[in-house]
Design a protein around this ligand. Structure first.
Ligand SMILES: Nc1nc2c(ncn2[C@@H]2O[C@H](COP(=O)(O)OP(=O)(O)O)[C@@H](O)[C@H]2O)c(=O)[nH]1
Ligand SMILES: [Mg+2]
Length: 218
C-alpha cells in the first residue's frame, strides 16, 4: 500500500463530518471489462426499485442531482460508478423486485450483480436499503444472505423514516429486523428529506474504508 494512499485516508478522516469537494459520475457498466480501474475503497448501494437509493446517495454527497431519481422505477439497468472526493467510489446498483420488469430482464439482473459483487476487489461494503413503510421482500433477504455467504460486509439502512411517526418507526424497524434476522441496533435510520442518518452512515463508510482488508492483514 502506498504512502499516498495513507495520506488520502488521513485527509478524509480529519474532515469528518463529511465535506464533499467533488462528486462525479464516472461510467456505466454491465460487464467487468467496463468497470473503472483503480483501487479506491468502493461502496455499493442496493435495494428494491423506488426504495430511495438514488436520493440516499445524493444526500450522502450533498448533491441534488448527481444520481438521477426516477419516477419510472426499474428503468436503471446499469451499474453506475461515481467518484467522491477522489477518495471513494460509490456504485449505484440497479434496483430489484420491480414487478413490471420483464422476466428476461430479471434473469440478466442477478448474474450481472453477482458478478460485480463477487469479483470486485476494492469493494468494502454493500449498503442495503429498505423502505421503512414496507415489509422486507424475499429479495432483500436473499441479498443479505448472499452477502453473508460471500463474506462481504453489509450495512442495513432503513430510509424514508420521515414518512412515519416515531412509534410507527420502531414497529416497522422491529418487523424488518425480525424478517431479515438483523439486530435492530445495527440499522441506520435514514431520511433523504431531513438528512437524518447522513453523519452516521458516513462514519460507518469511513470506518469500513480504513479497515484493512483480510488479505492485507495476513
Ligand atoms: N419523504 C421521503 N421521500 C423519499 C425519500 N427518499 C426517496 N424519496 C422519494 O421516493 C421516490 C423514489 O426515490 P429514488 O431515490 O428515485 O429511489 P430509487 O428508485 O431507489 O433510486 C422519489 O419520489 C423520492 O423523492 C425520503 O427519505 N423521504
Ligand atoms: Mg435510482
Amino acid at each position: 500500500m502506498s504512502i499516498g494512499y495513507f495520506h488520502g485516508l488521513a485527509l478524509f478522516i480529519l474532515e469528518y463530518p463529511m465535506l464533499i469537494k467533488s462528486a462525479e459520475f464516472i461510467t456505466s457498466a454491465v460487464r467487468p471489462q467496463q468497470y473503472p480501474v483503480g483501487n479506491l475503497p468502493e461502496f455499493a448501494f442496493a435495494g428494491r426499485s423506488n426504495v430511495g437509493k438514488s436520493s440516499l446517495i445524493n444526500t450522502l454527497v450533498s448533491r441534488k442531482k448527481l444520481v438521477l431519481t426516477s419516477s419510472t422505477p426499474g428503468k436503471t439497468r446499469l451499474i453506475n460508478f461515481f467518484r467522491v472526493n477522489d477518495a471513494f467510489m460509490f456504485v449505484d446498483l440497479p434496483g430489484y423486485g420491480y414487478a413490471r420488469v420483464a422476466e428476461i430482464e430479471r434473469r440478466k439482473w442477478r448474474p450481472m450483480i453477482e458478478q460485480y459483487l463477487s469479483g470486485r476487489e476494492n469493494l468494502r461494503a454493500v449498503i442495503v436499503i429498505l423502505d421503512i413503510r414496507r415489509t422486507p421482500s424475499a429479495e432483500d433477504l436473499q441479498l443479505l444472505d448472499w452477502l453473508g455467504q460471500h463474506e462481504i460486509a453489509s450495512v442495513p439502512v432503513i430510509t424514508k423514516v420521515d414518512k412515519l411517526s416515531k412509534t410507527a418507526q420502531s414497529r416497522q424497524l422491529k418487523i424488518a429486523a425480525d424478517t431479515l434476522r438483523v439486530n435492530p441496533n445495527d440499522w441506520v435510520l435514514f431520511s433523504s428529506k431531513s438528512r437524518l442518518g447522513r453523519d452516521t452512515l458516513w462514519k460507518m463508510i469511513l470506518d469500513l474504508a480504513i479497515a484493512p482488508l483480510e488479505d492485507e492483514r495476513a
